[in-house]
Design a binder for this molecule. Structure first.
Ligand code: NAP
Length: 345
């Protein structure tokens, strides 16, 4: 073990707006050793997620920032290669959001909550699913749509970033709930996928011209549930199209990435809530980890029944972590963005 290095990406600087590759530095360090009740896990897949932009900033928001020189925060799934924990053996598969952008991580399985370590059954689904539809993004869609928005049969559900990790599950769960699903995404290719997985109507927000007219045409009776993954102009159009009693789930603000830390762009639309009597909910998946098992069991069952399909976008090699992350911010990713880590030669 001592001859193998651990390659890891550390944060080199706090960027302004959209980061470039100089925000990170690839380092080689010795593979760490697990302490008592810890395990050493070799990464097979690492996740990149939009929330990482928020960690690359001074000052915490809902979670602590990454410090300069610290390993980038992030989720990963891999194989246990050494264990000092009585319940874990080499060869077990472990997933954790506390993995970091690195090839080897020491994890503490006794830790609970969002940064906990979860045992993954490789017989259930490909192990990378634990970072996508059977992991944090799947839970976001599940709890955001079913619990926070309380979607009902007959609702019109409008979802932005609809072909992405969270969005593609939102659209399909809307259909499972008996709702009408309207997908907003940034290319015809992505929208074709949304239709293939059951969405009833689609809007290309980059090509539609008058976005408000496009939303109103796709949602003639108004939007009952707006699952907002982006903020920005899509949010403006949706907020002006709400049905009476609509529920708005504020899940993400990726349209704000280029203006990170600055005031939100767009119009002031809260007055329209008087007309629509709508409610707006800020949503954070970390609040729902106590119900993780329930969500994953139901998602897995729908997957087995063929009612949930999922698209991933996989790059190879830890060198690609910054590229993979930046793809989220310009929409180059098509589906859940992952990075596959090859075993050592
Ligand atoms: N609150 C929570 O607990 C929670 C948990 C997970 C994720 N989220 C949020 O959910 C959203 C989706 O996350 P994800 O992991 O599923 O990512 P994703 O949708 O797989 O990837 C990000 C997508 O955002 C879209 N995008 C990028 N810039 C945009 C812009 N300026 N305007 C509109 N769309 C833009 C791009 O798709 P297009 O090509 O369609 O533009 C891109 O593919 C993010 O905002 C994320 O922060 C929140």
């Amino acid at each position: 073990m001592s001859t193998i290095a651990n390659r890891r990406w550390v944060l080199a600087a706090y960027p302004k707006g959209i980061p470039d590759a100089s925000a990170w530095r690839l380092e080689e360090v010795p593979v760490p050793r697990p302490g008592p009740r810890q395990i050493l896990v070799r990464a097979r897949y690492l996740s990149v997620d939009p929330y990482m932009r928020g960690r690359m900033a001074e000052g915490a928001n809902y979670a602590a920032s990454v410090r300069i020189g610290e390993t980038m925060h992030g989720g990963g799934v891999g194989e246990v290669v050494a264990s000092e924990h009585p319940d874990w053996r080499p060869g077990d598969i472990a997933e954790s959001m506390a993995f970091g952008w690195q090839e080897y991580a020491v994890l503490s399985p006794d830790r609970t909550g969002p940064g906990g370590t979860h045992r993954i059954d490789p017989g259930l689904a490909p192990i990378e699913s634990a970072l996508s539809w059977l992991g944090m993004p799947g839970m976001t869609a599940y709890f955001g749509l079913l619990e926070t928005a309380r979607v009902r049969a007959g609702d019109t559900v409008l979802v932005s970033a609809a072909s992405g990790a969270v969005g593609q599950i939102v659209g399909q769960l809307a259909k499972i709930a008996g709702a009408r699903a309207v997908a907003v995404a940034g290319s015809q290719r992505k929208l074709a996928w949304c239709r293939e997985i059951g969405c009833d109507a689609t809007i290309d927000y980059k090509a539609s011209g008058d976005l408000l007219a496009a939303v109103r045409e796709a949602c003639p009776n108004g939007v009952d549930v707006f699952f907002d993954n982006t903020g920005g102009p899509i949010q403006d159009a949706a907020m002006k199209s709400l049905a009476i009693g609509a529920r708005v789930v504020i899940c993400g603000r990726i349209a704000q990435a280029a203006r990170f830390g600055e005031p939100e762009m767009g119009e002031r639309l809260l007055g329209s809530l008087i007309v629509s009597r709508a409610s707006v909910h800020g949503f954070l998946v970390f609040d729902w980890y106590h119900r993780r098992e329930e969500a994953l069991a139901r998602l897995a069952a729908w997957g087995r029944e063929g009612r949930l399909r999922f698209r991933e976008d996989v790059l190879d090699g830890i060198e690609r972590m910054p590229d993979a992350f930046l793809r989220l911010l310009d929409g180059s990713n098509f589906g859940k963005q992952l990075v596959r880590i090859a075993p050592p030669a």
